[in-house]
Every structure is written in structure tokens, then in C-alpha cells.
Unconditional design. Structure first.
Length: 388
């Protein structure tokens, strides 16, 4: 029986790959899991009662584009956070979290046969979306020497002329790097010059240590760029510790959003009405976001103390991961598991080999989502096992 070949080159998914590495070996101590970026801080107490008050909404088909209440809350958030005014009817679209939005936006806006530029390492849905439309993924190394962001000056005119989509995650997963206003401005200039769209994954935008990371739409407005150049994605998962709510949005120019709406009218799954109701309340509240950010700042300070004096340690600007250099990332993860019971993620599992190199190799990603005491214990174990 013939089978489609478009996904034949799909890499093994991150988590089955990690289980294959570790689960055949016994833990060397009490298990501490610092692999997955699943927020564990408490979400607001009022989320549950707010959801319950809207339960009757499960008896009705939800609004596919998002209720006016929710879209208004989203544009309110964007105005407060980025000082941009978007049309709630034509410039935002509600999503079941950003993963499905990132995928479907490529289907709606990407070009078959084009190049899709992806930072390396990266969130795996980027390349799967490229495969789905028959585009070529081009992996751009995001190494320490370029600030853990793609080196824009290394891109060639020939490459850029063939590009339809440029993915950028800021703050970045896994390194916690932040694209500056100057970086966004440079990227926007390239997008205008070579006629491609920037897909800005901003899911970690509210977890930062000092200044709020600039957003792509914010910088586009500041420099007068066409808003159709930017497609920005946000989620409640990290901002509000609600990964199970599966609630996010995409924002862009009216033409882009119209095409995304058109596709989702046929192939998308609308967000359940009660989820939309509670999401509107969550996007409208900033107090819990500030409290959440303070908890992460305390964790970063603890990590800085634990790794003080270790020359290779890089303290991230934002997000909630540590990106720690090691000699061999798989060997380090296996050593930590078999000798101490600590689970971390080999960095190569988040990257792809390009030009015979995987920029994720030689790093482990460590999630700072556990309670602070457990996190400190895990980081101390890691330091003593790998760096002493």
C-alpha cells in the first residue's frame, strides 16, 4: 500500500526520544524532573469559579473566531503591554494554544516550494508545518556568539528571496535570549525588502527579569512597517500557568487574519465557550502575571547563586529554562539520571543537524518550573555531578 512521503524525514519526537535514552536505566536517587516546560506555579484562585459560572456554554457550539469579550480582552492586553491598538474584529484570532496556531498559520500563509527559516534549536512544530506545505526548512544556528539568536547578517540575498516565513521565538526556547528592538527592526527591514512574513512566537513574553521584551508588532508599529509582515502568537500557558487550558491567540494585519480565519472555518477547532469566557478574565488581569514573574525572578537569583563561579554558566534574560553547556549532552543527561535521579533534556533533541552540526549538541536544557526548594535541590545536584 502506498503511503505519503512528506513526513518521512520527520525527526523522532523529543519526549519519546528522551524516554528511549533514560527509561531503560534505574534512577540513581529520588526522581527530580526538570525536563518539560510545564508551569507549576499556582494559577489565580478565581479561574475555577469563573469557569464554573460559564459551564452552560458547553451546550453550544463556540464562536470560531473568538467571542467579542475575549477578543476585546486580547486587544486590551496588547495595548497595555505593547502600546499598540489592533482591531478586535479583524486583527486577532483565538486559538487552542499556540501550537495549532503556528501550524495552521503556515498552512494558511506559507508558500509551497519556498524556504521557511527556523532558529536552531527550535520548537519542533515549526519544521513539521513546513513539511506539511512542501516548503524547505532552513535551520539557522542560534549560538552563543550571535547572542543565541540567528545571525541576520549571515543570510544571503538568494536565500531571502526564496523565503516565505521566518520563525523567531523571543524570549527564546531554550536559551532565554531576547530580541532587541534593533534586532526586530533589522529583521522587519529584511522582511520588507525580500517580501516574507515574520512568525513571532512570544509565548514567554511575560517571564523576564528586567525590562519587558519588545514584541514584533510593537516594533513594526514604531518603525511604520506593514503589520501584514508580522504574525504574532501568544498563550496563557506560561503567562498565567494555564497550559491545560489550551488558550492563546494570533495577531497580525487584517489580510493575514482573514486567511487564517478562512482556513480555520473549515479545518480549525474552535475554543470551547467556557474556556473563552475564563480566558477573557485572565487576559484582563495583570496582578497574577506580576506575582508569577516575581517567583521566576527568585528562581533565577537562586540559580545564579548556585552556579556562581562556574565560568561556563550563562544566566538567561527571560523564559524559564537554563541552557547549560556540557561536553556530551546525551551522556550528561544519562549520567544525571543514573547517578542522581535528576532528569534533564539533551539540547540536541531540540535541534537539527545542518551543515553537519547540531547547535543544540553540547547543552542540556533545565526547566525551572518545580517548587523553588525542589528546583534548588536539583540544580545543586546538577552542579555537583557535572561541574565539580
Amino acid at each position: 500500500m502506498m503511503m505519503p512521503t512528506r513526513f518521512d524525514a520527520l525527526p523522532t519526537a523529543t519526549w519519546p526520544r528522551l524516554r528511549n535514552l533514560l527509561d531503560g536505566h534505574a534512577a540513581g536517587g529520588p526522581v527530580i524532573n526538570m525536563t518539560i516546560g510545564e508551569p507549576k506555579h499556582k494559577f489565580p484562585d478565581w479561574v475555577g469559579p469563573t469557569l464554573v459560572e460559564a459551564m452552560e456554554g458547553f451546550n453550544s457550539y463556540p464562536d470560531n473566531n473568538g467571542t467579542p469579550e475575549l477578543r476585546g480582552a486580547i486587544t486590551g492586553f496588547l495595548q497595555r503591554r505593547y502600546a499598540i491598538d489592533l482591531d478586535m474584529d479583524n486583527q486577532v484570532m483565538v486559538l487552542n494554544g499556540t501550537r495549532e496556531g503556528l501550524f495552521n498559520a503556515v498552512v494558511a500563509l506559507g508558500q509551497t516550494g519556498s524556504k521557511i527559516l527556523i532558529p536552531n534549536p527550535f520548537y519542533q512544530v515549526y519544521t513539521v508545518a513546513a513539511m506539511a506545505i512542501g516548503a524547505q526548512s532552513v535551520y539557522l544556528p542560534a549560538r552563543a556568539e550571535s547572542g543565541f539568536l540567528p545571525d541576520l547578517d549571515a543570510l544571503t540575498p538568494e536565500e531571502l528571496n526564496q523565503t516565505s516565513v521566518f520563525f523567531l521565538c523571543s524570549p527564546s526556547n531554550p536559551q532565554g535570549a531576547v530580541a532587541s528592538e534593533a534586532y526586530w527592526s533589522r529583521l522587519l527591514t529584511l522582511a520588507e525588502t525580500y517580501d516574507f512574513k515574520i512568525f513571532s512566537d512570544e509565548c514567554y513574553s511575560e517571564i523576564y527579569r528586567a525590562a519587558p521584551p519588545p514584541g514584533a508588532l510593537q516594533v513594526a508599529a514604531q518603525i511604520g512597517a506593514d503589520p501584514e509582515r508580522v504574525v504574532a502568537f501568544h498563550s496563557l500557558s506560561k503567562r498565567s500557568n494555564l497550559p491545560g487550558l489550551r488558550s492563546g491567540f494570533v495577531a497580525s494585519g487584517p489580510k493575514n487574519i482573514s486567511r487564517i480565519k478562512q482556513l480555520r472555518a473549515y479545518a480549525g477547532c474552535p475554543v470551547a465557550g467556557p474556556i473563552q469566557h475564563v480566558s477573557a478574565k485572565v487576559w484582563s488581569d495583570e496582578d497574577h502575571v506580576v506575582a508569577n514573574r516575581q517567583l521566576y525572578c527568585g528562581k533565577f537569583e537562586a540559580a545564579d547563586r548556585i552556579f556562581a563561579g562556574i565560568q561556563c554558566y550563562n544566566s538567561p534574560e527571560a523564559g524559564f529554562f537554563l541552557w547549560l553547556p556540557v561536553e556530551d549532552d546525551e551522556a550528561a543527561a544519562l549520567k544525571l539520571w543514573t547517578e542522581t535521579g535528576l532528569r534533564v533534556l539533551p539540547g540536541s533533541y531540540l535541534g537539527q543537524i545542518a551543515n553537519e552540526q547540531n547547535p543544540g549538541s553540547g547543552y542540556v536544557r533545565v526547566a525551572l518550573v518545580a517548587p523553588k526548594e525542589e528546583m534548588q535541590r536539583g540544580l545543586t545536584i546538577l552542579r555537583d555531578c557535572l561541574y565539580k
